[in-house]
Design a protein. Structure first.
Length: 250
């Protein structure tokens, strides 16, 4: 099962543009309200005086509006300059999330291994209980993602949002290759947060019960440096479609 992704981003360009539009709209609304209703409760002595005051006040507000429009234009020009400057950083961030950018940093190394075959076992234990299963690896990977892992590898292969692996018997099929235990998962991230996520995982809590009962291997090490190479395969999303002629109920 491929690990699931968390949270949505709003594109930076869209967020900043919306903010400027809201600022402009608010300021123009305020200016128009002042133009329509007035802020002072004046009582001119004659109609000519009222007209003169309103004309003067209208000119002042128009000048203010033009100044606000000019300020918005200046901010928009600055945004057009700043956003392209931020795009390389955004590209790097997207590359890390997609697994296309190599990552190095502190993190955890988790190793799982089958139980020894020469160890006496309780009578209720069956051979299937003595091997590492796909759900055990999924438990480790999902817990590390939940703990804020920035990048991850399984058997040295970069794990991406589209990574799928299968355990058949006591071997692991990953990215077209077959691996035997021990299975090693390495994650780059805050070691304390990653460890806390492993400790809080219910699937791993069950796995640790079998570690104590039958001798399954489970070890966690903090590493100052973990290298997560970029994924070199092809990331392809496939979709299913309804066969022609099939009635779709809405």
């Amino acid at each position: 099962m491929a690990p699931q992704s968390h949270g949505t981003r709003t594109p930076l360009r869209a967020t900043l543009s919306a903010t400027f539009v809201l600022i402009l709209a608010g300021l123009l609304f305020t200016a128009n309200a002042r133009l329509s209703g007035g802020e002072e409760n004046r009582q001119p002595e004659n109609f000519a005086e009222l007209v003169r005051q309103e004309v003067d006040r209208g000119d002042d507000l128009l000048t203010e509006v033009e100044g606000l429009r000019s300020a918005v234009d200046t901010l928009s020009e600055g945004l057009a300059t700043e956003v392209p400057a931020l795009e390389p950083a955004l590209d790097v961030s997207s590359g890390i999330e997609a697994g296309m950018t190599a990552v190095t940093g502190a993190g955890l190394r988790v190793q799982l291994e089958d139980a020894p075959t020469n160890r006496p076992q309780p009578p209720e234990i069956v051979p299937d209980d003595l091997v590492v299963h796909q759900q055990d690896l999924e438990g480790v990977i999902n817990a590390l993602w939940a703990g804020g892992a920035e990048a991850m590898t399984l058997q040295g292969e970069r794990v991406t949002a589209l990574t799928a692996f299968r355990c058949v018997g006591n071997v692991l099929s990953l990215h077209g290759r077959v691996y035997s235990p021990p299975y090693v998962v390495e994650a780059v991230g805050d070691p304390q947060r990653l460890q806390a996520a492993l400790d809080a995982s219910e699937p791993l809590s069950i796995y640790r019960e079998y570690v104590a009962a039958v001798g399954l291997g489970y070890s966690v090490e903090t590493r100052d440096t973990i290298d997560a190479p970029a994924y070199t395969g092809v990331l392809t999303l496939e979709h299913a479609s309804v066969p022609a002629g099939t009635d779709v109920y809405r």
